[in-house]
Design a protein around this ligand. Structure first.
Ligand SMILES: Nc1ncnc2c1ncn2[C@@H]1O[C@H](COP(=O)(O)OP(=O)(O)O)[C@@H](O)[C@H]1O
Ligand SMILES: [Mg+2]
Length: 246
């Protein structure tokens, strides 16, 4: 579905991605782990075309992303849902319009149906329909995160990109979010790409894991094999991460 080949990205002398090879295949539940500041969010932005790599290529369904027409890119974008690490909600819109943003742009959806869809997604992330009338600034950070997630799933996307979906949430809410991701992926057959620092969650929601370290993917394989990766950097990271989340 999406394939990165030798992707590099620097900011001045700060060489963040130094040659990333990574493929997201249909049906994957891929979790990306890596230290804070290692470039995970940046890698995701390269995948979805928000950041252009300095070198290397990004292929979408086998086509070079740089040579895609505007229409093909739009078509690709309608297939994915995205949760940004820092929410990325529109402050000037009430919560329900944030969630239903894409639906409201589509003339096939009347506002009443879009509102119902928004309420439905709010329920999926454990929020009351009344929250839909509030503005993002009136919500706690955790609630904003859940609204961001509700927006990401509003269009029942084929591919779900989630950047730190549970950071800052309490353990009960983390479990709700993980169950929701599992439900989306298992029942709806979606493909997911999730960045997380929470090892417990990562083990629950992924069938594949990739580890970013010093600008490259140093390990990529079935989640079941990560404990026995034989890679010192991976071991160090997963043990530190599971310690943190315990
Ligand atoms: N637009 C940008 N301009 C300058 N530096 C950036 C930009 N985006 C990311 N970086 C730098 O790239 C590094 C990796 O960032 P990020 O991908 O957010 O890390 P992670 O998500 O793994 O914590 C950081 O040092 C950050 O400062
Ligand atoms: Mg990040």
């Amino acid at each position: 579905m999406i394939k990165l080949n030798g992707v590099t990205k620097s900011f001045g002398d700060n060489h963040i991605l130094t040659g990333v090879d990574l493929a997201l295949d249909e049906g994957d539940s891929l979790v990306l782990i890596g230290g804070s500041g290692s470039g995970k969010s940046l890698l995701l932005k390269c995948m979805i075309g928000l950041v252009e790599p300095d070198a290397g290529s990004v292929e979408i369904d086998g086509h070079d992303a740089r040579r895609m027409s505007g229409r093909d890119r739009k078509a690709f974008e309608t297939r994915f849902g995205m949760l940004f690490q820092y929410g990325g909600l529109f402050d000037s819109l009430p919560v329900w319009e944030n969630i239903a943003f894409r639906l409201l742009q589509d003339s096939a959806w009347d506002p009443k149906r879009a509102r119902e869809a928004a309420d439905d997604r709010l329920a999926m992330v454990g929020l009351e329909a009344e929250v839909g009338d509030l503005y993002p600034a009136e919500l706690s950070g955790g609630m904003q995160k859940r609204v961001g997630l509700a927006r990401a799933i509003a269009t029942d996307p084929e591919v779900l990109f989630l950047d730190e979906p549970t950071a800052g949430l309490d353990p009960i809410m983390c479990n709700i979010i993980y169950e929701m991701i599992q439900k989306n992926v298992n029942e709806l057959g979606a493909t997911s790409f999730v960045i997380t620092s929470d090892m417990t969650g990562a083990l629950k929601i992924s069938n594949r894991m990739a580890v970013l370290h010093e600008g490259r993917i140093v390990w990529d394989g079935p989640t079941a094999d990560v404990e026995a990766s034989g890679n010192a950097d991976v071991d160090q990271f997963i043990h530190a991460a599971s310690g943190r989340s315990a």
